[in-house]
Write a protein of this length. Structure first.
Length: 279
């Protein structure tokens, strides 16, 4: 696959060694094996392998996988780090780690292509069998801000990530760090996955039904957004919010995870009642 095609897929090759070094410096101290998403031509893969941690890089492009293997062989690390030609969205983490005789817990590192950033988060945050201990990833700067936002600027993506992990924006990365340069800046984010969800909820499914319902109309006031998003009568949404101590005129972006959980619990306890009112 040519570099031009890789760019169409949202892939840009990291060239700035200073950025590579900062990513490696940000690795947690404990020596978890590493699963790398997208080795590119191996600039970051080489430095990760030099840390001595078991490493498996997942690279869809056979040309880039070959270049990475050749780079590792040149420094004598081809036997302690593996490069697999696979689609990361179809990769089973435990099976991949077995290529270097490693197993979870593990950490995930990668420069995430914009087109599959959300699917990657869903795969590695939501599935217990795939969840890493931490994720050190580069994403578009705007996405990094949404992931790490606090109430007032929260989005569905921010709630979805912070439900599972503590999220911190570590540093920005300028366009010139890549070849070819992308159209926007990037940023490196650390996600430390939680042992249990950030808030107590009736169920993950019920919680996100409410959150998705609210963010379906993010610019509307909550009483309107929730009435439309979860199919309640208008007076029901107002009663719901009042019972949870939440101002009905607020916008979805202003709610904390605790407040979303409070709404999910109240709905769970009263859903039958409102079902009867609508019938």
């Amino acid at each position: 696959m040519s570099r031009r095609r890789r760019t169409r897929l949202g892939q840009h090759l990291l060239q700035d060694q200073r950025v590579v070094d900062r990513i490696v410096d940000a690795l947690p101290d404990h020596p978890d094996p590493i699963l790398e998403i997208g080795s590119g031509d191996g600039a970051l893969t080489e430095r990760l392998a030099q840390t001595g941690r078991p490493l498996v890089a997942i690279e869809l492009d056979e040309v880039m996988a070959f270049r990475t293997r050749r780079r590792l062989a040149a420094i004598g690390l081809e036997r302690t780090a593996a490069v697999l030609e696979q689609d990361v969205l179809e990769t089973e983490a435990q099976e991949a780690l077995a290529a270097v005789a490693a197993r979870p817990p593990y950490g995930l590192v990668g420069n995430l292509p914009y087109a599959i950033t959300a699917p990657i988060f869903r795969k590695f945050l939501e599935s217990e069998s795939q969840r890493p201990a931490w994720m050190l990833v580069m994403v578009q700067h705007e996405v990094a801000q949404r992931i790490t936002a606090r109430p007032g600027k929260l989005s569905l993506l921010g709630v979805s990530v912070q439900f599972y992990a503590q999220a911190d924006l570590l540093f920005a990365v300028e366009r010139e760090a890549f070849a070819p340069p992308p159209e926007v800046r990037s940023a490196v984010v650390m996600l430390k996955l939680l042992d249990r969800p950030a808030v107590d909820v009736p169920s993950v499914e019920r919680f996100f039904e409410v959150v998705r319902g609210g963010f379906r109309s993010p610019r509307k006031q909550l009483h309107n957004a929730l009435a439309q998003g979860v199919w309640l009568p208008p007076e029901g949404a107002g009663e719901w919010l009042a019972a949870c101590g939440i101002d009905a005129t607020r916008r979805p972006a202003t709610l904390s995870l605790d407040e979303w959980a409070r709404l999910a619990w109240w709905r769970e306890e009263h859903i039958a009642e409102y079902g009867e009112r609508q019938s």
